[in-house]
Design a protein. Structure first.
Lengths: 340, 140
């Protein structure tokens, strides 16, 4: 099952992969060096290579910089610094690495072979001996950049996969698994809070006719637009997912019975008011909606299956009552309604 | 006139402009070409680094002198380490070598011969300062 964070309630309309874009930490470098000559050399070169440079004089200051959000992913650390030396800093970086890997280049003196070994063991990715020249540093920084770029690509791919795993391919709203997870999450929350929860089941009326008359491509366009309109008519903390073929499930947390009717009516109108533009011209579409407003102390407030069953029964009633309408499930636990 | 004298004169003429300071500098305390090569031929940066060294090295030397006087081996090691690195970058081998010896003494916690080496280091740095002032400033 997909774990979905609660912030992510409404479905984005397009995949939003990796979280980079603006000022990328990929083109930033942290230089921790107490010696003014080497600090100046490094600062001058990295600026020439279009890096955003943060230069500090000791390990503690470097550690503070690394705690910030969007901290540089490339760190050049001098071995010998007052306060916290490069090796200790390296260990700290590694023991706190979460999610984003930092590429650490350690600076040592020519004759400190033991230092080099200890440095690599402490988690440095590479080292550079003083006095280093500009070409050598450039080459080693490039090697580091390759690793960081690879990492960025992996994070992007991971983000895209996570999106795909939780979203419906056609409509880009939550898929069935994800919307059910969200429903379960809401009932779990109500187990603690005893609040209220609205559930809406919406089904496109006469969808088979759209497919039969205009073909599946037009049918797909209709489903995409219905999904988009439903999502656009909801609050940011409501959720909509594709429950089945032409069936949509909407979760409206913290909603009393009256407000839920208003919400469902708004959804109905958002679909019915304007025909949907397709390659076959405008296609008038309506939806039928079955709603359940579970209030505090109702047993179904914490029972996702009961909520789905009741919403489905109300939807059936809306269909039977003539379609393009909203029907509310009775407040009591409805058991006998669920016929065919 | 001996042949070797002529040779020397010709060699001197081949390098222009020839100033006493330049000849003395190249013979002595640092290797400007090597340092410049390391930073990719960036003259401006080299000037800047020389000035930083002229400013910083007296402080480091003072720290080193105090640490030797106080028998502070860790202090000797650290100050000498910094001097070694900076001088090494500028191709100032004499200074770098003496500083390295002191760093090792500090590391081995044996300062019995540190005074002599410190004196040698002071001479090297003094000569380096003179050359840096001449060359860093003169060759723009």
């Amino acid at each position: 099952m997909n774990k979905i964070s609660e912030e992510q309630t409404i479905a984005p309309t397009a995949p939003k992969p990796g979280a980079d874009g603006k000022a990328s930490p990929l083109n930033a470098v942290l230089i921790a060096e107490d010696d003014p000559i080497f600090r100046r050399i490094l600062d001058s070169w990295f600026k020439k290579w279009d890096y955003r440079v943060t230069a500090v004089e000791n390990g503690l200051a470097a550690w503070e910089v690394l705690q910030k959000e969007d901290a540089p992913q490339l760190a050049i650390l001098d071995w010998m610094m007052p306060g916290m030396d490069g090796i200790e800093l390296c260990r700290r970086i590694r023991s706190h690495d979460q999610g984003v890997y930092r590429y650490v280049l350690l600076l040592t003196a020519k004759d400190d072979k033991q230092d080099v070994i200890a440095g690599l063991e402490a988690g440095a990715d590479d080292y550079l001996t003083k006095p280093f020249d500009v070409d050598e540093l450039r080459a080693r920084v490039r090697a580091g950049k390759r690793i960081l770029d690879l990492q960025a690509a992996l994070i992007r791919a991971q983000g895209a996969l996570q999106f795909e795993a939780a979203h419906d391919r056609l409509t880009a709203i939550w898929n069935r698994g994800a919307i059910l997870d969200l429903l379960i999450g809401e009932t779990e929350r109500n187990r603690r809070n005893n609040g209220s929860l609205g559930v809406i089941m919406a089904d496109v009326d006469f969808f088979k006719q759209v497919n039969d008359t205009h073909g599946h491509l037009v049918g797909d366009a209709v489903l995409r637009e219905v999904g988009r309109r439903l999502a656009s008519a909801l609050r940011s903390y409501d959720s909509v997912g594709r429950y089945g073929g032409e069936e949509f499930l909407i979760i409206v947390p913290g909603c009393d019975a009256l407000n839920l009717v208003v919400t469902a009516e708004r959804l109905r109108r958002r679909i019915a008011d304007q025909p949907i533009d397709t390659s076959a011209g405008p296609v008038p579409v309506t939806v039928s909606l079955g709603i359940v407003a579970a209030q505090a102390n109702e047993s179904r407030l914490i029972d996702p299956e009961a909520l789905l069953r009741d919403a489905d029964a109300a939807l059936y009633a809306a269909k039977a009552g003539g379609r393009n309408r909203v029907e509310t499930a009775p407040a009591a636990l409805a058991t006998g309604l669920h016929g065919d | 006139m001996r042949f070797s004298d002529i040779e020397q004169t010709l060699a001197g003429l081949a390098r222009t402009p020839v100033t006493p300071a330049k000849l003395a500098g190249e013979a002595a305390s640092w290797n400007r070409a090597e340092a410049l090569d390391r930073i990719g031929g960036d003259e401006e940066l080299l000037q800047e680094l020389c000035h930083i060294f002229l400013e910083e090295s007296p402080k480091l030397l003072q720290r080193l002198q105090q640490a030797v006087a106080a028998g502070d081996t860790d202090g000797v090691m650290r100050a000498a380490h910094s001097l070694k690195g900076e001088a090494g970058y500028l191709g100032a081998d004499g200074t770098s070598h003496a500083a390295r010896q002191l760093e090792e003494m500090g590391h081995n916690k044996d300062l019995s011969r540190a005074s002599d080496t410190l004196a040698a280091l002071e001479r090297e740095i003094a000569s380096l300062h003179l050359d840096l002032k001449d060359l860093a400033g003169a060759q723009r």
